[in-house]
Ligand binder design. Structure first.
Ligand code: SF4
Ligand code: SF4
Length: 122
Protein backbone atom coordinates (compact mmCIF):
# COMPACT_ATOMS: atom_id res chain seq x y z
CA UNK A 1 0.00 0.00 0.00
CA UNK A 2 2.86 2.39 0.79
CA UNK A 3 3.71 2.79 -2.88
CA UNK A 4 0.27 4.10 -3.70
CA UNK A 5 0.83 7.02 -1.30
CA UNK A 6 4.30 7.90 -2.61
CA UNK A 7 2.64 9.86 -5.37
CA UNK A 8 1.33 12.37 -2.80
CA UNK A 9 4.50 12.84 -0.76
CA UNK A 10 5.79 15.80 -2.73
CA UNK A 11 2.59 17.76 -2.17
CA UNK A 12 2.85 20.28 0.65
CA UNK A 13 0.55 20.16 3.66
CA UNK A 14 -2.27 22.62 3.85
CA UNK A 15 -0.96 25.88 5.38
CA UNK A 16 -1.53 26.33 9.13
CA UNK A 17 -1.93 30.04 8.66
CA UNK A 18 -2.03 32.42 5.74
CA UNK A 19 1.04 34.63 5.35
CA UNK A 20 1.90 37.23 2.76
CA UNK A 21 4.63 38.18 0.36
CA UNK A 22 7.73 39.91 1.79
CA UNK A 23 9.60 40.65 -1.44
CA UNK A 24 9.50 39.98 -5.15
CA UNK A 25 10.06 36.22 -5.67
CA UNK A 26 12.07 34.44 -8.37
CA UNK A 27 9.08 32.58 -9.82
CA UNK A 28 5.42 33.30 -10.34
CA UNK A 29 2.55 30.88 -10.95
CA UNK A 30 0.55 31.19 -14.15
CA UNK A 31 -2.65 29.23 -14.84
CA UNK A 32 -3.32 27.95 -18.35
CA UNK A 33 -7.00 28.81 -18.37
CA UNK A 34 -7.67 26.49 -21.31
CA UNK A 35 -6.34 23.57 -19.27
CA UNK A 36 -7.82 24.45 -15.87
CA UNK A 37 -10.96 22.53 -14.90
CA UNK A 38 -11.88 25.02 -12.19
CA UNK A 39 -11.82 22.23 -9.60
CA UNK A 40 -10.20 24.60 -7.05
CA UNK A 41 -8.12 21.78 -5.54
CA UNK A 42 -5.12 24.13 -5.55
CA UNK A 43 -6.87 26.99 -3.74
CA UNK A 44 -6.59 25.90 -0.05
CA UNK A 45 -2.92 24.90 -0.48
CA UNK A 46 -1.70 28.38 -1.36
CA UNK A 47 0.13 29.77 1.70
CA UNK A 48 -0.76 33.35 0.77
CA UNK A 49 -4.31 32.68 -0.48
CA UNK A 50 -3.77 34.31 -3.87
CA UNK A 51 -5.69 31.87 -6.10
CA UNK A 52 -9.28 32.69 -6.96
CA UNK A 53 -11.88 31.80 -9.59
CA UNK A 54 -11.92 34.00 -12.67
CA UNK A 55 -14.96 36.31 -12.36
CA UNK A 56 -17.99 34.62 -13.86
CA UNK A 57 -18.78 37.48 -16.21
CA UNK A 58 -15.46 36.96 -18.05
CA UNK A 59 -16.46 33.67 -19.67
CA UNK A 60 -20.09 33.14 -18.59
CA UNK A 61 -19.58 29.43 -17.94
CA UNK A 62 -20.77 27.45 -14.89
CA UNK A 63 -17.30 26.52 -13.58
CA UNK A 64 -14.69 29.13 -14.44
CA UNK A 65 -10.95 28.46 -14.31
CA UNK A 66 -8.87 29.95 -11.51
CA UNK A 67 -6.43 32.83 -11.72
CA UNK A 68 -3.47 33.97 -9.63
CA UNK A 69 -3.14 37.41 -8.14
CA UNK A 70 0.37 37.52 -9.56
CA UNK A 71 1.77 40.21 -7.34
CA UNK A 72 0.78 38.34 -4.16
CA UNK A 73 2.35 35.04 -5.29
CA UNK A 74 5.53 34.01 -3.45
CA UNK A 75 6.56 31.49 -6.10
CA UNK A 76 6.45 28.45 -3.79
CA UNK A 77 5.23 26.10 -6.58
CA UNK A 78 2.81 24.30 -4.24
CA UNK A 79 -0.18 24.99 -6.48
CA UNK A 80 1.64 23.56 -9.50
CA UNK A 81 2.48 20.40 -7.57
CA UNK A 82 -1.07 20.05 -6.30
CA UNK A 83 -2.49 20.49 -9.77
CA UNK A 84 -0.15 18.01 -11.42
CA UNK A 85 -0.32 15.42 -8.62
CA UNK A 86 -3.99 15.62 -7.69
CA UNK A 87 -5.82 16.77 -10.76
CA UNK A 88 -4.36 18.09 -13.97
CA UNK A 89 -1.37 20.10 -15.13
CA UNK A 90 -2.61 23.59 -15.61
CA UNK A 91 -0.13 25.70 -13.64
CA UNK A 92 3.27 26.74 -14.90
CA UNK A 93 5.96 28.40 -12.77
CA UNK A 94 7.59 31.16 -14.77
CA UNK A 95 10.79 33.04 -13.91
CA UNK A 96 9.84 36.59 -13.00
CA UNK A 97 11.74 38.25 -15.85
CA UNK A 98 10.09 35.97 -18.41
CA UNK A 99 6.67 36.56 -16.89
CA UNK A 100 7.10 40.34 -16.88
CA UNK A 101 8.18 40.32 -20.51
CA UNK A 102 5.51 37.91 -21.80
CA UNK A 103 2.62 39.46 -19.92
CA UNK A 104 3.82 43.07 -19.99
CA UNK A 105 3.24 43.29 -16.25
CA UNK A 106 5.73 44.55 -13.70
CA UNK A 107 5.75 42.88 -10.30
CA UNK A 108 6.88 44.66 -7.16
CA UNK A 109 8.46 43.92 -3.77
CA UNK A 110 5.09 44.69 -2.23
CA UNK A 111 1.93 42.67 -2.77
CA UNK A 112 0.04 45.57 -4.25
CA UNK A 113 -1.37 46.08 -6.77
CA UNK A 114 -2.63 42.50 -6.71
CA UNK A 115 -2.07 41.85 -10.41
CA UNK A 116 1.08 43.94 -10.77
CA UNK A 117 1.63 47.09 -12.76
CA UNK A 118 0.76 46.91 -16.48
CA UNK A 119 3.69 48.03 -18.63
CA UNK A 120 2.67 50.68 -21.07
CA UNK A 121 4.02 50.68 -24.62
CA UNK A 122 6.73 53.27 -25.10
S1 SF4 B 1 -5.95 22.32 -9.33
FE1 SF4 B 1 -5.38 22.76 -11.48
S2 SF4 B 1 -7.24 22.29 -12.66
FE2 SF4 B 1 -7.87 22.52 -10.49
S3 SF4 B 1 -8.44 24.72 -10.27
FE3 SF4 B 1 -6.27 24.53 -9.68
S4 SF4 B 1 -5.18 25.02 -11.61
FE4 SF4 B 1 -7.27 24.51 -12.19
S1 SF4 C 1 3.20 29.44 -6.34
FE1 SF4 C 1 1.01 28.92 -6.21
S2 SF4 C 1 0.67 28.24 -4.10
FE2 SF4 C 1 2.64 29.32 -4.15
S3 SF4 C 1 2.12 31.45 -3.63
FE3 SF4 C 1 2.07 31.31 -5.86
S4 SF4 C 1 -0.06 30.88 -6.36
FE4 SF4 C 1 0.20 30.42 -4.18
Amino acid sequence: MAASYDHYKSIANLPDKISSKKKKPKLVAVVDEDNCTGCQACVPFCPVDCIEPVPRDKYNIPIPPVQIRFNECIGCSVCARVCSKLTWDAIEMLPIAKFEQEYAIELTDEKTPAYGIPKTAK
